[in-house]
Each structure stands twice: as C-alpha cells, then as structure tokens.
Design a protein around this ligand. Structure first.
Ligand code: FAD
Length: 237
C-alpha cells in the first residue's frame, strides 16, 4: 500500500490564524510586504462576519468622511465594480450603510490573497501552540491530512475569539461582565436597552422565550419589540 507523503511546509515569516474580516486583510497586508505568509482558516472560505451578507455600516463617518481605507476599501471598491456591493448611503447613526454580496466578498478575498502570493490553508483548525519562553514557536493544526506542526517567526491571532492566545496560555475573559452572548442576529430595529433586558431575562432566568409570557406593554416607541420575540426564538430556541 502506498503512503502519500505531505510536501514539507516551509518556515513562515508570518502565520495568521483566522481568515475573517481582520485575518484575511492582515494576511494580504503581510504578504504584500514580501513576508512569507500563511493564512489558516477553519472554514472553506475567507471573510468571516463580512460574508454573512448583511449590511455594512461605518464605511463613512457621520460627517460623510471616508472612514474605511487601505485593503478594506480596495476590497469593497473592487466588489462594487462587479456589482458585489451597493453604493454607500449616509445614515444618521452609523455614518453610512451599504449592502454587500457575501459570495462576492469571498471570491474577491480569495483573488486578493492569490494576487498577494500568500499561502492558504482552509478547513484547518488550531489544536495547540508550542512556546519557547513567552514566544509562540509553532502551532499544531488539524485538517484532512491529519495533524501538522507549522513554524513561523510571527503569529497573528485573528480568530475573533483569541483561540491562539488562549492556547498559548494567555489569560482571557469570556464575554463581558453580565453578557454571555456576542450578538443577536436580527434585522429588526429594537431599542438596544430593551433588547439587552430581554436577552438578560432569558439568560439569567433560563426560561424559554415562550415562558417570558408577559411581554412588556408596547408603547409606540417600542413598536418593533414584538417581532424580536420571534427572532430570539429563532436564535436560541
Ligand atoms: C451581526 C454583526 C453585524 C456587524 N456589522 C458591522 C458593520 O456593519 N460594520 C462594521 O464595521 N462592523 C460590523 N460588525 C463587526 C465586525 O463584523 C467585526 O468586528 C469583524 O468581523 C471582526 O473581524 P474578525 O476577523 O476579528 O472576526 P470574524 O470576522 O468573526 O473572523 C474570525 C475568523 O476566524 C476563524 N476562526 C475562528 N476560530 C478559529 C480557529 N480556532 N482556527 C481557524 N480559524 C478560526 C473563523 O472561522 C472566522 O473566519 C458586525 C458584527 C456582527 C456580529
């Protein structure tokens, strides 16, 4: 029986863990300086939260000034040139709002990483990190090929959850004081305080949403609260 041997991987100048919004762009930036760069992502595409297909806010500030530059702006402009993003409309609270096509973002990011010449390792999850003193020397990852050690002079943690920092033994906190979830994905405008109260009620009493039987009376300014009950049910039910 023949055994397929993996091509030995080189020592990298930079390894970026997590190919989301931050990691993909950090990887492209590093590779463009000429650093031998590897980008490792657990899923089969790049872009993270940016590719969920929701609106993107804050490209301009509330005074209409450009707030996003560099590779992020380059990405959006090149996606827009191919109908992958809408024009930027001004928004009183967020400065601006823009629609983007998540699939276009994924394709653009892959094309940009290719053009920058960085190596990509998709479908690959972090297992462990080995330190020399306080510096990470190599990481162990898992993928279809099994377990692999990858060494680099510099590691960048863009996992969104500080997975690499945690594996390297850094101290961390989970969530914020009193808040146990990062976000509720819904497109319904709800007064933020009210939503937080509702989520808190759900988390701390451990009752189901259906058992939060008495939704507070809806006054005109909270008209959109009721649909949020349904949304919460979808998120956590
Ligand atoms: C619902 C929602 C709406 C938002 N809207 C806006 C907005 O309009 N404007 C704005 O500026 N910001 C917005 N943000 C915030 C913005 O999306 C985030 O700040 C940004 O995406 C963070 O980027 P990131 O790369 O750190 O994380 P992510 O985009 O989450 O990327 C993390 C990546 O790391 C990968 N990963 C995680 N763990 C591992 C592991 N162990 N091994 C390998 N890979 C791993 C993940 O698969 C993912 O691809 C929004 C956030 C949310 C949740």
């Amino acid at each position: 029986m023949s055994v397929q041997t993996r091509r030995p991987r080189p020592h990298y100048d930079v390894v970026v863990r997590g190919g989301g919004t931050a990691g993909a762009i950090a990887g492209i930036a590093a590779a463009r300086t000429g650093a031998k760069t590897l980008l490792i992502e657990q899923y089969g595409n790049l872009g993270g939260v940016l590719t969920l297909g929701m609106s993107l806010k804050g490209v301009h500030d509330v005074e209409g000034r450009k707030a996003l530059g560099g590779i992020g702006a380059e990405l959006i402009e090149s996606a827009r040139a191919e109908d992958g993003a809408t024009a930027v409309a001004s928004h009183p609270r967020h400065g601006s709002i823009m629609g983007q096509d998540g699939e276009a973002m994924k394709l653009k990011l892959i094309a940009m990483t290719r053009a920058a010449g960085l190596d990509l390792l998709l479908h690959t999850f972090l297992v462990d990190a080995a330190l020399e003193g306080t510096a990470i020397r190599h990481v162990r990852v898992a993928h279809k090929g099994g377990l692999e050690s990858i060494s680099a002079s510099c590691f960048v943690d863009c996992t969104g959850d500080a997975d690499l920092a945690a594996r390297a033994g850094a101290t961390f906190i989970h969530g914020r004081e009193g808040v146990r979830i990062a976000a509720c994905l819904n497109a319904i405008k709800v007064p933020a305080l009210r939503l937080a109260e509702l989520i808190g009620q759900f988390l701390f009493t451990r009752r189901t949403i259906a058992q939060i039987d008495k939704p507070p009376p809806i006054n005109p300014s909270q008209r959109q609260l009721r649909p949020c009950h349904d949304q919460l049910e979808l998120c956590y039910g």
